[in-house]
Design a protein around this ligand. Structure first.
Ligand SMILES: Nc1ncnc2c1ncn2[C@@H]1O[C@H](COP(=O)(O)OP(=O)(O)OP(=O)(O)O)[C@@H](O)[C@H]1O
Length: 256
């Protein structure tokens, strides 16, 4: 199992709020100097609720660079999940633009976004979302099957991903035979198996105790470094924000 390599990049703002620094200023070719993977520009999202319009996102700007781990924090109902759904092409903005690898998600229909999403984006949820009758290995294989990865690559890649998350010895266990932290690590192995460039994780550590949450964050840092993946995750847990490259705080549909 990986050790949790804590990165002390955050600073205390005068108001006592942790403010993460970006890893800018690195040499040419470092993550900070690369083209953004995802660009969110002036994004707004409203929902019709009865005869009312509910304005949830009110002008969001965000950039996610390759090999970056960013976190969204904010109170319940502030709009984090709504934004993640837009970033992952599950929904489209009412206003504004979303470019994923330069492709205009905001202009595309659902079919076109779904094709990109299956190949290039991985999702991780609070509640693991594993198939209960399939083993850890079979769960990972299923994602590759759905993403169109050639069958000849399934075995080696599923094994590699489960080893990466520290589950080499638990590969043939089914979800109910695994702890919460282990199940979440299977979910991570699933999410990275088809080699996406972006992982979106909604409260991935919410169900875990602090030690298991730390293990999951260690795995996230490892895959950002070795798999050329960027991660955007939501969290309420201030202790894990230390490992982020950048923390965005959302209040009532805007970043502060
Ligand atoms: N499809 C929808 N129709 C109407 N209202 C919606 C819809 N989706 C989200 N909302 C509303 O938008 C607001 C923001 O919801 P969202 O789930 O994005 O918040 P959140 O910050 O992720 O909260 P939490 O931390 O509890 O998950 C909430 O008031 C929610 O009820």
């Amino acid at each position: 199992m990986l050790a949790w390599k804590q990165r002390s990049k955050s600073k205390e703002k005068p108001g006592g709020q942790p403010e993460a620094e970006e890893r800018d200023g690195g040499p040419a070719g470092s993550p900070a100097s690369m083209e953004p993977l995802l660009v969110v520009r002036g994004v707004e999202r409203s929902f019709d609720v009865g005869s009312q319009k509910l304005r949830v996102l009110k002008g969001i700007d965000l950039e996610l660079k390759p090999q970056q781990l960013v976190m969204l924090k904010g109170r319940s109902g502030s709009g984090k999940t709504t934004l993640m759904n837009l970033m992952g092409g599950l929904d489209v903005p009412t206003q504004g633009q979303i470019y994923f690898r330069g492709q205009p998600f905001h202009e595309w229909d659902d079919n076109r976004r779904t094709k990109i999403r299956r190949k290039d984006i991985g999702f991780i949820f609070q509640a693991y979302a594993l198939m209960p009758l399939l083993s850890a290995y079979e769960n990972v294989e299923l994602t590759m099957r759905m993403a169109g990865v050639p069958r000849s690559q399934w075995k080696a890649r599923a094994t590699e991903c489960l080893e990466m998350v520290g589950l080499a010895k638990r590969m043939h266990h089914r979800p109910f035979e695994l702890s919460g932290g282990e199940q979440q690590r299977v979910a991570i192995a699933k999410a990275i198996s088809h080699r996406p460039s972006l992982i979106l994780a909604d409260e991935p550590t919410a169900e875990l105790d602090s030690q298991m949450a730390a293990q999951v964050m260690a795995v996230f840092r490892e895959i950002v470094a070795t798999e050329n993946i960027s991660i955007c995750m939501t969290t309420h847990d201030t202790t894990i924000m230390e490992v982020a490259d950048h923390v965005y705080e959302m209040v009532d549909g805007v970043f502060v």
